[in-house]
Design a protein around this ligand. Sequence first.
Ligand code: URA
Length: 217
Amino acid sequence: MSKSVLQEQRHYLRAMGIDLWLERSQVQQRGTSVENGWQNLEQVVAVCQRCELHLCRKQTVFGRGNQQARLMLIGEAPGGEEDRQGLPFVGKAGQLLDKIISSVGLSAEDVYIANVLKCRPPNNRDPNSEEMAQCKGYLQQQVDLLQPQLILALGRIAAHSLLDVSSALSRLRGQPYVFAQTQIPLWVSYHPAYLLRNPADKAKAYEDWLKVAALLK
Ligand code: URA
């Protein structure tokens, strides 16, 4: 279709109060800029030297999953296997996480997975407050780009960092919060590595996940 015919068609559609063409091009523009946003952010994170963890990492661990997912899962920090592969939750805890996701009827398409920290702390020690402060902006930008329907914080460290609280995880789960300055609902559940060590709590985690899956529908 020639440009002038297209312009004429738009003119009539607009006169009729139909702005379908405009909307479609705007959606395409947003899609492209979001795609660029993800690529740019990943490149920035890959060379980050904002804290000392860059000295001992093999590589940064940015995220994995569908960048248009409805559910964002946020863990603590990469472990050894994640550091080797450059992907979050690909070790034993990740295998359990994948099983939990499918046990509540969700698929890989439904989730995007990231961590509070993008680099592995030595010997898997807890992240310190300086590391979390330096990395916080990256996670905030990931949330901005993804615009998930819901965020699930996995474990004490992620919950404390995202909610800026210090209560026990058992008190934090089972109720909704919101993420930072957004309106995005945030729920809290157990970390899969904790569940591997404390299988008796798997039933409670399953309850949390059923709730999350129901909220997504
Ligand atoms: N634990 C986490 O919190 N994140 C990972 O990516 C792996 C294990």
